[in-house]
Ligand binder design. Structure first.
Ligand code: CP
Length: 292
């Protein structure tokens, strides 16, 4: 299986092998290794992105592939063309793999049954964001040496988070003590996980903050940004309680001074920009796996 639709179905060994291959690529940074020359990869983003889109493009270019960037805003999607017809069109032109980000849930899995080229999920609705969770695991493994035995707490808008779901599926396979912390109306009914208070959450090896996804909210999910920060934000005051060895993570984009205080984004214990840096070798490993 060369597609990567999610981490739910991926074995621990398969995840480990992607992390190991990413470590190989990280060892020789900023160099183009044209090991996949002549292969065409299409990045098809039907929803906005900065990190995922550009780190896939950097990864593809570092592997020497030909990169096709599709943007829904300037495509025939604007004339009503379906996502399936768009992907099928690019397949018929001879792409070797497709990277896809979508808003609706379930569409990618459906398309993958009808398309022959490997597809990589770059985030679908609140379902999964596998390459984000892979880079998160990679960042944790690099920091602590191994994942087993770590206490990881994911804090915030779990309900709307594909990052939380992919991390949940992956971290479970590695013997991590995973806890969630979220307001009652932002919890995920589909995930069997325990919720703890923000005070308990600070006692973790990894504190992973989530973005409050205002664009996916129905009216009134939060009283105000100030109120959310007071109840669930990682404030400077709260950060004083975290252990010296603990790290702060966030998939970004960040709502500064809502889920995390501005001063903490580049705090010595923050690994937020390290996560972004690790996205490139992880996506190189994933593209390589797709191209075979
Ligand atoms: N973390 C992440 O997926 O960021 P983008 O939405 O900018 O790709």
């Amino acid at each position: 299986q060369r597609s990567l639709l999610g981490l739910k179905e991926l074995s621990k060994e398969e995840i480990q092998s992607i992390l190991d291959r990413a470590a190989f690529w990280e060892a020789n940074p900023n160099k183009v290794e044209p090991v996949q020359q002549g292969k065409f990869v299409a990045n098809m983003f039907f929803e906005n992105s900065t990190r995922t889109r550009f780190s896939f493009e950097v990864a593809e270019k570092r592997l020497g592939t030909e990169v096709l960037n599709f943007s829904a805003a300037v495509s025939s999607v604007q004339k009503g063309e379906s996502i399936y017809d768009t992907v099928r069109t690019l397949e018929s032109m001879g792409i070797d793999a497709g990277v896809i980000r979508l808003k609706p849930i379930g569409v990618l899995a459906e398309i993958a049954t009808q398309i022959k080229v490997p597809l990589i999920n770059a985030g679908d609705g609140n379902n999964e964001h596998p390459t984000q969770a892979l880079l998160d695991l990679y960042t944790m493994r690099k920091q602590f040496g191994e994942l087993r035995g770590l206490t990881v707490t994911i804090i915030g808008d779990v309900m709307h988070s594909r990052v939380a779901r992919s991390n949940f599926y992956a971290l479970q396979k590695f013997g991590v003590n995973l806890r969630f912390c979220a307001p009652q109306n932002m919890r995920a009914a589909d995930l069997d996980v325990s919720y703890i208070s923000i005070e308990e959450a600070l006692q973790s090896d990894v504190i992973m903050m989530l973005r409050v996804q205002l664009e996916r909210h129905e009216n009134g999910m939060i009283k105000s940004a100030e109120d959310y920060r007071e109840q669930y934000g990682l404030t400077m005051e709260r950060a004083k309680q975290i252990a010296p060895h603990a790290i702060i993570m966030h998939p970004a984009p960040i709502n500064r001074n809502v889920e995390i205080d501005d001063e903490l984004v580049e705090h010595p214990q923050s690994r937020i920009f390290t996560q972004m840096q690790n996205g490139v070798p992880i996506r190189m490993a994933v593209i390589e796996r797709a191209l075979g």
